[in-house]
Write a protein that binds this ligand. Structure first.
Ligand SMILES: [Zn+2]
Ligand SMILES: [Zn+2]
Length: 437
C-alpha cells in the first residue's frame, strides 16, 4: 500500500497494464479513498480533485470512471482549465489515448506545482509497441503500478503483460500467447521478461541490481553481465578497453565490484549471446546452452537496447537493466522511455537532495571551472562523463536533487504553468493507492 500523505512534492504515478488487468479498479479504489473525505459532487461542492477521462477509454461508461463523474475530453487544455488553486490532485484515465503531445507538458507542469497526479492507461498497443505518448509519460513518472493478472488463454497461468486483439474486443495474454503479424518466433518453454532498476544518480540502483544476481547465484542460475564500453569511470587508470574485454562495475556502498563484458551497443550484446564474437571460452559454451538471464548496466547508453530487448523477450530471454530515466534536463534519456513501456517489473530508487535533504528524483549536472561550480546549461549534451576541455580545468559533476532544487539555465518553458499548490497544514485530503492483489 502506497500512501502519499504529508509528501511536500508533486508526484506522477502511472498505473498501467494490458486489457482487463484492473487499471480502472485501481483508479476507483483511489477515488473511493478520497470520497467521503472531501469530494462530494452530489452536494455541488467544488472538488480538490480533478477527474478526467479520454473519450476512447471504457466507452461503455461515458462521462464516468466507475461511479464517479469525469470530465470527458481529448484536449489537455480543457483539463488544465479545471485546475484551480485548491486542486490538490488530478486523476486521468485512458491517458494512452491522448494524441496531443501537450498532455506530457500538462502532467509535468502539475507535478512541478506540487500536485499529485495519477494516470491510468495501456502501456502497449496490440503489437506490443509503446502506445502514443506513454514512453514520455512513463519517463517523467515518479512511480508505477504495473497491473498484472493471469493470461486469459485456458490452462495458462503465466502473467499477462500484453493485450491480444480479438474480433470485437481484447483480452490480456502472456508473451507466449500474444500473437500479431510479424511477431518474433516465440521460445515456448520459458517466459522472457524485463526488469528495470531506475532512479536518479546516486540512488543505489546497482546495489538493488546486484541483489538480483545474488538471487540467481543462490539458485545456481547462469547469467551474463554487460557494461557500456565508453563508460570508463570504474576502469583501471590508463587501460584502454576493447569490445568484449572484461570490465568492472563499481558499487557506491560496497567494496565489491561486478565483473562485466564491455559492449558498445545492443548489437554487441546480441552477438555475444549468440556466440558470434569469434572469441573462445564462454561463447562456445553458450552455443550449446544459451544464457537466458542478461544483466545490462546503464541502459540509457546502449543504442538499440529497446528493439533488442523487445524482440528477445519473446524468445525467452530475461533482462535486468539499470538506468537513468531522465537526463539532467528532466527529459527522456536514450531509449529508457521505450524500455519502461515493455518492462514487467520496475524498481524505482531515490537518493536524497544535496540542496535541501528531501527525496531526490533528479540528477543535477554542475560544471566545475577552476574550482567554481555552476549548473550546466540546457543546451549541453545529454552524455558528458568525465570529459575535459583542453584549455581550462573544466569537469562535470552530478548531485542528486529534488525537482524543486533543479537548476537548468535556458530550459524552455512548457505549454502550461500553474501556481504552486500550498497544502493546508490540517489538510483533510488523504489519497491512498493500493498496490492491488
Ligand atoms: Zn499464456
Ligand atoms: Zn531539494
Amino acid at each position: 500500500m502506497l500512501s502519499f500523505r504529508g509528501s511536500r512534492h508533486g508526484e506522477l504515478i502511472t498505473i498501467t497494464g494490458p486489457n482487463l488487468s484492473g487499471k480502472t479498479t485501481e483508479i476507483e479504489r483511489l477515488l473511493n479513498s478520497a470520497h467521503g473525505i472531501i469530494w462530494d459532487p452530489a452536494k455541488g461542492e467544488s472538488s480538490n480533485i480533478v477527474v478526467a477521462k479520454h473519450p476512447r477509454d471504457d466507452i461503455s461508461n461515458p462521462g464516468k470512471i466507475a461511479g464517479y463523474p469525469a470530465l470527458e475530453t481529448d484536449d489537455p487544455d480543457l483539463i488544465a482549465k479545471q485546475v484551480t488553486k485548491d486542486t490538490e490532485a488530478v486523476v486521468i484515465s485512458g491517458i494512452n489515448f491522448f494524441e496531443d503531445p501537450k498532455i506530457v507538458d500538462l502532467l509535468h507542469a502539475l507535478v512541478l506545482s506540487n500536485r499529485k497526479v495519477y494516470v491510468a492507461g495501456h502501456n502497449l498497443d496490440w503489437e506490443g509497441k509503446p502506445f502514443n505518448f506513454m514512453p514520455q509519460i512513463m519517463s517523467i513518472s515518479n512511480n508505477f503500478i504495473l497491473k498484472d493478472a493471469p493470461c486469459m488463454v485456458q490452462g495458462c497461468r503465466l502473467g499477462a503483460t500484453r493485450s491480444q486483439k480479438l474480433s470485437s474486443s481484447g483480452e490480456r495474454r502472456c508473451l507466449i500467447h500474444h500473437s500479431f503479424r510479424g511477431r518474433p518466433d516465440v521460445h515456448i518453454d520459458r517466459l522472457g521478461g524485463l526488469e528495470l532498476f531506475v532512479g536518479n544518480m546516486y540512488a543505489s540502483k546497482t546495489t538493488a541490481w546486484y541483489e538480483k544476481m545474488k538471487e540467481l547465484d543462490a539458485k545456481g542460475i547462469r547469467y551474463v553481465v554487460f557494461k557500456w564500453s565508453n563508460d570508463k569511470r570504474f576502469s583501471e587508470r590508463g587501460k584502454e578497453y576493447r569490445v568484449f574485454d572484461k570490465g568492472v562495475i563499481g558499487m557506491n556502498n560496497h567494496k565489491a565490484s561486478i565483473p562485466a563484458i564491455l559492449v558498445r551497443d545492443m548489437a554487441d550484446v546480441i552477438r555475444y549471446i549468440r556466440g558470434e564474437t569469434g572469441i573462445d571460452g564462454l561463447d562456445s559454451m553458450n552455443r550449446k546452452s544459451p544464457v537466458g538471464h542478461i544483466f545490462i548496466d546503464e541502459g540509457q547508453f546502449i543504442e538499440g537496447i529497446y528493439a533488442g530487448v523487445r524482440d528477445m523477450i519473446y524468445q525467452g530471454y530475461r533482462f535486468y537493466v539499470t538506468g537513468l530515466m531522465r537526463t539532467f534536463k528532466i527529459e527522456p534519456f536514450g531509449e529508457m522511455a521505450d524500455l519502461l513501456t515493455i518492462a514487467d517489473n520496475i524498481s524505482v530508487m531515490y537518493a536524497y537532495c544535496e540542496a535541501c535533504g528531501q527525496k531526490a528524483t533528479e540528477s543535477q549536472r554542475l560544471i566545475v571551472r577552476n574550482g567554481q561550480k555552476s549548473p550546466a546549461p540546457y543546451l549541453d549534451k545529454d552524455i558528458a562523463i568525465g570529459s575535459k576541455e583542453a584549455d581550462e580545468d573544466v569537469t562535470e559533476v552530478y548531485e542528486a536533487r529534488c525537482m524543486d532544487c533543479m537548476e537548468i539555465p535556458g530550459k524552455p518553458k512548457g505549454d502550461y504553468s500553474f501556481k504552486p499548490y500550498v497544502p493546508l497544514s490540517n489538510s483533510r485530503f488523504a489519497l491512498k493507492v493500493s498496490k492491488g492483489n
